[in-house]
Design a protein around this ligand. Structure first.
Ligand SMILES: *Cc1c(COP(=O)(O)O)cnc(C)c1O
Length: 508
């Protein structure tokens, strides 16, 4: 919020101050003189008392302050005796702080009664304010159900089509595949089984090697292990944070059957180079698109670049169905195999006849109803997320300690979580802990898979880039439900926290 909207000149009539207070909805305005210097804080309590003593509201705020100073008892007596101290807030010097005060100092001023603190410069001119929000917690992500979610779900319930058949399942399959530019779509229960189903449909299993990046969510590698194949962990690129094509080429052996590039944090992997390696060595390419629906590489959407694209509709993803997943492909045979495996391996033309040992990986019509409503809004969601990223960018533009995710040639990334890399010397984990103290949920990047005992034997060599990124990356709250005010609070708090988190050559 603009600072001017909360400033009230002492010469204005009281009723105008009330109207202003009503507009901004913070329960206070800062009363300033003609030079913008802080005089008092006018609270809604002061206003109530003025009305109760029948102070003429067309008189000025300055007159009211004078009247309270002259006859404090009159204003105090409108309350019971025990609350006199509260009744006289307008008569007291306001609680304020210097604009350069550290957050810790501001928090020390906060109390049950004081939640908003004007910040003044050396001349006592109000430049900004600090607002403490109780019961306020900034989550890393939250879903937005602003479309047809409810009516579509209602339709499922009212028509009894709640299981894995129903119009929303087939509508979602058609429309999400079309959105990605793929010929076919297969809905599944979640993103992890989407990956597993893709591997199974490609016939990948025991004795086969599948190359995965070290920096990703564990579901990518788990799916390979569950397929019975051997994952091979390789490093990522410093600019895209995604699977490194050179590392891929080096890791290929006789047994390599597939590669799973992950479009990490909304950034498409280097698909031209990855596809060239895949073609050379005859590898299948399964794209893990869980974090990047809508992202483009050379004008083509992710999920439509390799053999199969796998998506997740988990609650924190760009579009969600609670739990849910999706496979895209333009190969009719692969689509049919995935559909059969998804449905217990049953022969589609002969009920209860099973040709393969399949799974139940189906999505329900209820989930598809939510996902379809979300898909209808995906362009709006991506636009809003890009705006959130811009907000952070402009707030952090002069902050040398933070570098944003990069925009790379031929790629249009999407914003899943706003990501930044911290300059060296900053204690990332301390920063996260301090932010948590201010009720802001920052997240570290994924940990390198190769650091975990259960996966470490799958890494044939060191992965320095993944380690470096993982150690200094943070994800910021990225949620359509947060307001401009909230983002201001987040960015202001984070910038203030840098002074406390070590490093920062310019502080020394
Ligand atoms: C979320 C995610 C998955 C798994 O999706 P689920 O729907 O949670 O099973 C897989 N890979 C990546 C990169 C993800 O971010």
């Amino acid at each position: 919020m603009e600072i001017d909207s909360i400033l009230c000149r002492s010469s204005v009539p009281v009723y105008k101050a009330i109207a202003q207070m009503n507009d901004i909805g913070k329960g206070v305005v800062f009363v300033v003189d003609s030079k913008g210097r802080l005089i008092r804080i006018l609270t809604d309590g002061d206003v109530r008392r003025a009305v109760l003593v029948r102070f003429p509201l067309e008189r000025s705020v300055a007159d009211l302050i004078e009247d309270v100073a002259r006859e404090p008892g009159k204003y105090a007596s409108v309350y019971s005796a025990g609350r006199e101290s509260i009744a006289l807030s307008l008569s007291k010097q306001p609680i304020y702080a210097h604009i350069d005060s550290p957050v810790e100092e501001l928090l020390a001023l906060v109390s049950d009664r004081v939640r908003i603190i004007p910040l003044v410069d050396d001349d006592q001119v109000v430049r900004d304010y600090f607002e403490y929000k109780t019961a306020f917690h900034v989550p890393i992500a939250a879903p937005t159900f602003s479309g047809n979610e409810l009516p579509y779900v209602m339709e499922c319930v009212e028509t009894n089509w709640i299981s894995s058949q129903g119009r929303f399942v087939s509508l979602l399959e058609d429309r999400f595949a079309a959105y990605c530019g793929s010929a076919f779509g297969v809905t599944v229960a979640n993103g992890t089984v989407a990956l597993h189903l893709a591997l199974e449909a490609l016939g990948i299993g025991k004795g086969d090697e599948v190359i995965v990046p070290d920096l990703t969510f564990a579901a990518t590698i788990n799916a390979v292990i569950h397929a019975g194949a051997t994952p091979v962990i390789v490093d990522v690129e410093a600019d895209s944070w995604c699977l490194c094509p050179l590392a891929l080429a080096k890791a290929v052996t006789e047994r390599t059957k597939a590669v799973i590039p992950v479009h990490l944090y909304g950034q498409p992997a280097a698909m031209d180079e990855i596809m060239a390696v895949a073609r050379k060595y005859d590898l299948y390419v399964i794209e893990d698109c869980a974090e990047a629906p809508g992202a483009c590489y050379n004008g083509r959407k992710v999920g439509n670049l390799g053999d199969i694209g796998c998506f997740s509709f988990f609650g924190n993803k760009i579009i969600t169905s609670g739990e849910g997943g999706f496979c895209t492909t333009s190969d009719k045979g692969l689509c049919e195999r995935m559909r059969i495996l998804r449905d217990h391996g049953m022969n589609p033309n002969r009920k209860y006849w099973h040709d393969v040992v399949g799974y139940n990986y189906r999505m329900t019509n209820l989930q598809a109803a939510v996902a379809l409503a979300q898909l209808e809004q995906i362009d709006h969601f991506l636009e809003q997320r890009a705006k959130i990223e811009k907000r952070y960018e402009s707030a952090f533009s002069s902050c040398v300690k933070l570098s944003p995710q990069r925009n790379l040639d031929n790629r249009v990334r999407v914003c899943w979580l706003v990501c930044y890399l911290l300059a060296s010397g900053i204690d990332r984990d301390e920063l996260l802990a301090r932010a948590a103290g201010h009720k802001i949920d920052l997240r570290p990047f994924f940990l390198p898979l190769s650091d975990m005992p259960i996966y470490k034997d799958y890494a044939p060599g060191p992965t320095p880039v993944a380690h470096e990124l993982s150690a200094c990356g943070i994800c910021l709250p990225t949620s359509l439900s947060l307001k401009a005010d909230d983002y201001e609070y987040i960015t202001r708090t984070i910038i203030a926290l840098f002074d406390k988190s070590g490093g920062g050559e310019d502080d020394e």
